[in-house]
Design a protein around this ligand. Structure first.
Ligand SMILES: *Cc1c(COP(=O)(O)O)cnc(C)c1O
Length: 478
């Protein structure tokens, strides 16, 4: 038996390459990432996929060379489709990917520190809690607040709704007597959350908006009163601090006051807009966010971190603990009095990625000022684009951007504007130098421009304007 074990060991030990081999692998990967970064400016933001498929082969018993695998990666993953690392990514909500965050991920994976429970990874959990504390302070939350670094804004929204549901004391057979309040601009992840939280039978009230897509507080107040008179139980208000479509920020102060008077859970989805709290403008426009019972912020958007970094903040962290904590026999050693609050007790996750490190290291390394400057720059770039695009003949813009998203359409004289703008977005995608997306607002097709990539600067916005002019000229035959 000992001989057999030793034989197996010999083979299994290939999983632990010696130092020279590690060095070689690391160099190859580093060369790949350097080539990727150095070529970014010459690369398109979008490459139309070649429908012929890729050359991935199924796993085999034999090993393969790293060169071959990196070639595979370049060809089949890092060439086609949207390039989220490109400065020209101006669609949806652009993501981040600042370099030290990648190094943090490398370290987190090498040390594989366990960040789920404070007993096992006290330092890792404390570091994540530091990140949460900073976000809570930014939100204006009291010391009794807390939260969790989630994998995404969608997960944060789901946990927030489950928390609201659990706190309401309403039992499942009465879910059809509950009411959820939001607007048509709400992110669909919250509607998914309603389904996952078993609240599909709840009444959904779509509250009227003003002409800048912001919830009308008077309409909300009136609806809540009507529902109460009918014997229904208001459960939660979903407000947005930066809607994905239009970047609209609901009047949080007024909504918060209505929520308090009526004792309804107030959730603010600030997945996109939240990090703008670092700017003066953001603080002003999101005034009242601290009245929320829970807030979603995506550091993989406004803090320029790689995908997989969301955050849920809850004003009274005890409520979140009561909703999410569950004891397990095999974990009985892990609960100690005086430990820091553990992610495992504040979310559905147990063995989780140590995602705090990718937030902590860049913030420490660069300092907050650089992030604030980048966010102010993005706000101004959106405004600059908004001003410049109005100078183009027959362009109709939406309202002045509230954050860093703006939208517009070309009205062809005598032509069908919806059709034209669909063609225009197709042309932009085929070109690929910049990547914008379209949306439909009140049955009108608009083209959206969202500035949030840390690599997007004045040069990119000027390029977007010239690409637009070029494509309009092409389509109108001028
Ligand atoms: C991006 C976004 C979400 C979803 O977050 P993910 O991190 O993509 O899951 C939710 N709400 C708003 C307003 C968003 O912009």
């Amino acid at each position: 038996m000992r001989n057999k074990i030793k034989q197996l060991q010999q083979q299994a030990e290939t999983l632990e390459p010696p130092a020279e081999e590690r060095d070689k692998l690391t160099r190859k990967v580093f060369q790949y990432s350097e080539r990727f970064l150095r070529n970014l400016d010459d690369k398109k933001a979008y490459v139309q996929p070649d429908k012929s498929g890729n050359s991935f082969q199924t796993f085999s018993e034999e090993s393969q060379a790293i060169d071959e695998l990196l070639t595979n990666l370049k060809k089949d993953v890092d060439t086609e489709g949207l390039n989220p690392a490109s400065p020209g990514h101006l669609a949806y909500i652009p993501g981040g990917g600042i370099y030290p965050a990648a190094l943090s991920d490398y370290l987190a994976a090498v040390t594989n520190r366990y960040a789920g429970v404070a007993f096992a990874g006290p330092g890792a959990v404390r570091l994540e809690n530091e990140c949460i504390r900073w976000l809570c302070d930014l939100t204006g939350y009291p010391a009794s607040s807390g939260g969790n670094l989630t994998s995404s804004g969608s997960m944060a929204n789901l946990i927030a709704l489950v928390n609201a549901r659990d706190c309401s004391g309403i039992v499942s057979r009465s879910f059809d007597k509950t009411v959820i309040y939001t607007t048509r601009q709400v992110h669909h992840s919250l509607m998914k959350a309603v389904k996952f939280a078993g609240l599909a039978d709840a009444h959904l009230r779509i509250i009227e908006m003003d002409n800048r897509f912001r919830m009308k507080p008077e309409a909300l107040d009136e609806q809540i009163n009507n529902d109460r008179r009918k014997g229904l139980k208001p459960l939660v208000i979903f407000a947005s601090a930066g809607t994905t479509d239009a970047g609209a920020v609901d009047p949080l102060q007024q909504i918060g006051e209505i929520a308090q008077i009526n004792e309804v859970w107030f959730h603010v989805d600030a997945a996109y807009g939240g990090m703008f709290l670092l700017t003066k403008h953001g603080k002003k426009i999101m005034k009242g966010i601290k009245l929320a019972d829970s807030v979603t912020i995506d550091p993989h958007k406004g803090l320029f971190l790689p995908y997989g970094t969301g955050a849920l903040l809850v004003k009274d962290v005890k409520k979140l603990y009561d909703s999410q904590h569950m004891a397990a026999n095999y974990l009985q050693d892990t609960y100690q009095k005086g430990d820091d609050l553990s992610p495992a007790d504040l979310s559905p996750e147990l063995s989780k990625h140590f995602r705090g490190l990718r937030m902590w290291l860049p913030l420490k390394l660069f300092g907050i000022a650089s992030f604030r400057a980048a966010l102010n720059e993005k706000l101004m770039l959106a405004r600059y684009f908004y001003n410049e695009i109005q100078k183009v003949e027959n362009i109709e813009t939406g309202p002045e951007p509230q954050l860093s998203i703006t939208y517009f359409r070309y009205n062809p004289p005598g032509g069908n504007a919806n059709e034209f703008n669909k063609k225009l977005i197709d042309e932009i995608h085929q070109d690929g130098r910049v990547f914008l997306s379209s949306t439909e607002i009140d049955k009108k097709v608009y083209i959206r421009l969202a500035v949030l990539s840390f690599r997007t600067h004045l040069k990119t916005i000027d390029l977007a304007i010239s690409v637009l002019k070029e494509k309009i000229a092409k389509l109108t035959g001028q």
